[in-house]
Write a protein that binds this ligand. Structure first.
Ligand code: GLC
Ligand code: MG
Length: 247
């Protein structure tokens, strides 16, 4: 098989059905033996990735994209790529993001482990989000803050630098590793994965248990490059690999 770049979200995408996950692992490891690269792209910080790795049958990836695309690790030794972080710095002012978001009492800061130099994350209920997100967006723009808001799973709000998301990190990694979009597969289930599917002409697998925000984006952006699986989690990925003729 021609080598592929396989990039997958973890929670509720690769992880969630241990039986199918182990079956997919066999396929991925065989693909890796012939030159394919396996990349995990998660919203979690490195610390929370390591927690998950003790609970789920995860093998060590070739690269880990963590914290919603704001940190790229080639080794899981705690040092993210400085080349990538330098690209995120222009226009990003974390202190002013904190000051602006403090005006909204519905924004509840997530755990300290999930806050980082280039990511500020909150919990926000779906009901509150409807009015708050446009207001926050307007206020941030008025302050001249060039950021993006990513809302996932009716629960998580990430405020990120304009140039950081899972899609931008994917493109950086894909170009660094030298894979064409047609030889690249991305998999996901929720709002922070939309950027993976929007990045370009990569082949995309949306698992059957995807969240409403990703499903509605998929409906609004039809393309033969994306496949919406019937099965959930890793079983949906296996289904998609077959659909695209990779397996
Ligand atoms: C993960 C992260 C969290 C983030 C969410 C959505 O759960 O731990 O900080 O908000 O993904 O991107
Ligand atoms: Mg997920």
């Amino acid at each position: 098989m021609t080598p592929i770049l396989f990039v997958t979200d973890l929670d509720h995408t690769l992880v969630g059905d241990d039986f199918a996950h182990e079956q997919l692992n066999e396929w991925l490891l065989a693909a890796r033996a012939t030159g394919s690269k396996i990349v995990y792209s998660t919203g979690r910080s490195l610390i929370r990735y390591q927690e998950l790795a003790t609970e789920a049958p995860l093998f060590e990836p070739d690269l880990l994209i963590a914290s919603v695309g704001t940190a790229i690790y080639s080794q899981l030794d705690g040092t993210p790529s400085s080349e990538w972080q330098e690209k995120l710095t222009p226009g990003w002012d974390r202190d002013r993001v904190m000051a602006t978001t403090a005006h909204f009492s519905d924004l509840v800061l997530q755990a300290e482990t999930e806050q980082s130099a280039f990511k500020v994350s909150f919990f926000l209920t779906e009901e509150a989000a409807i009015e708050l997100l446009p207001q926050l967006d307007t206020l941030l723009k008025q302050q001249g803050l060039d950021v993006q808001l990513i809302y996932s799973s009716g629960r998580d709000l990430d405020v990120l630098p304009r140039h950081a998301n899972k899609g931008a990190a994917l493109t950086f990694v894909r170009q660094t590793l030298g894979f064409a979009p047609e030889r690249t597969i991305v998999c996901g289930d929720s709002g922070n994965d939309i950027a993976l599917f929007a990045a370009g002409s990569e082949r995309g697998i949306i698992v059957g248990n995807a969240q409403p925000e990703l499903l509605s984006w998929h409906r609004d952006h039809p393309t033969p490059n994306h496949y919406l699986a019937k099965s959930h989690c890793a079983a949906g990925i296996l289904e998609g690999l077959e659909y695209f003729g990779f397996r």
